[in-house]
Design a protein around this ligand. Structure first.
Ligand SMILES: Nc1ncnc2c1ncn2[C@@H]1O[C@H](COP(=O)(O)OP(=O)(O)OP(=O)(O)O)[C@@H](O)[C@H]1O
Ligand SMILES: [Mg+2]
Length: 284
């Protein structure tokens, strides 16, 4: 990283509320070229929400997100499409199109954003699937492959345009330890070899410490801790220690506090048992 180089991502004073609950409550950080930033934190703390703001698919309540020096929170859809060609995104669910084959899913960004020939697209699809250990799976549908395989197809698709920036939401969840290592090696190779920048959400501490150059832990809508993997490992913050050591007892509560539940009141209640007909169309 050159000292005077502009950050690739600048998140400044980002606030996002749902109802009256601030899921992201004044978050600021930068990401520089070549970094692998791992974002961690408990389930429901706002990691995926933060990523959605970073790719311009959600609008913040207030604050700014700049990608490659451009403000994306106020961009029009057609301008965001231009910026989207410079990064790849692996969604937590994989987000594959069920009606398309594995190969067609990976080909999609190439068909949408380039004028490559069918032969060239096929070659790239083959190469990307090989990178994630899925050679020969082109013609299966998403329903015909496992959860971990869907994740890897999602990764192959995110890498289809050789992005300079990759966002991955839980890339290794559902993968066995060997496949986790394969995906981690791939991230390391891409960030070292071609200076790709990566922002990875991960619960998997082995994987996180293997790939991160910097880590951010989210909690209570804020950044609880940030630093190099060594700084995080030796952090004196008990929340960080509880999280990275996977301990059930500690300062991180298991359930939402009652106060946080109150904040969910904006969600319209839907009677669970009054709606039997939703499950049983014929009642005797
Ligand atoms: N569109 C939405 N409308 C209302 N609330 C939302 C919306 N999107 C997210 N939330 C709320 O924001 C909070 C954070 O959700 P998010 O998906 O970002 O969590 P996460 O940290 O990615 O969790 P996990 O580790 O389980 O994937 C949750 O309480 C969720 O209910
Ligand atoms: Mg999530």
């Amino acid at each position: 990283m050159k000292a005077n180089e502009e950050p690739i991502i600048e998140v400044t004073d980002l606030v996002r509320t749902f109802g009256d609950r601030a899921v992201l409550d004044d978050i600021s950080f930068n990401v520089h070229r070549g970094e692998t930033l791992v974002i961690m934190g408990g389930s429901g703390c706002g990691k995926s929400t933060l990523l959605r703001h970073m790719i311009g698919s959600m609008q913040p309540t207030s604050g700014s997100v700049k990608l490659f020096g451009e403000e994306i929170t106020t961009m029009k859809e057609h301008e965001i499409i231009r910026v989207r060609q410079r990064f790849g995104m692996l969604f937590q669910s994989g987000a594959l199109l069920a009606s398309l084959t594995v190969g067609e899913n990976v080909a999609l960004p190439l068909l949408q954003h380039t004028d490559k020939s069918v032969d060239e697209v096929e070659e790239i699809v083959k190469q990307k699937l090989q990178m994630v250990g899925l050679t020969g799976f082109e013609n299966l549908k998403p329903d015909e492959i496992s959860g971990g395989m869907k994740k890897r197809v999602g990764l192959a698709r995110a890498l289809a345009l050789d992005p300079e920036l990759l966002f991955s939401d839980e890339p290794t969840s559902g993968l066995d330890p060997i496949m986790t290592a394969v995906v981690d090696q791939l991230t390391l190779k891409l960030t070292h070899g071609t200076h790709m920048t990566a922002v990875v959400v991960s619960h998997d501490m082995t994987s996180a410490f293997r790939i991160a150059t910097r880590m951010i832990m989210l909690g209570h809508g804020n950044i609880v801790a940030q630093g190099t993997p060594d700084e995080i490992r030796t952090s004196s913050n008990p929340e960080v220690q509880q999280f990275i050591n996977g301990e059930a007892d500690g300062p991180v509560p298991l359930n939402l506090s009652q106060e946080e539940h109150q904040h969910h009141r904006h969600v319209k209640p839907r009677p669970l048992f009054g709606a039997r007909h939703r499950f049983h169309h014929k009642t005797p």
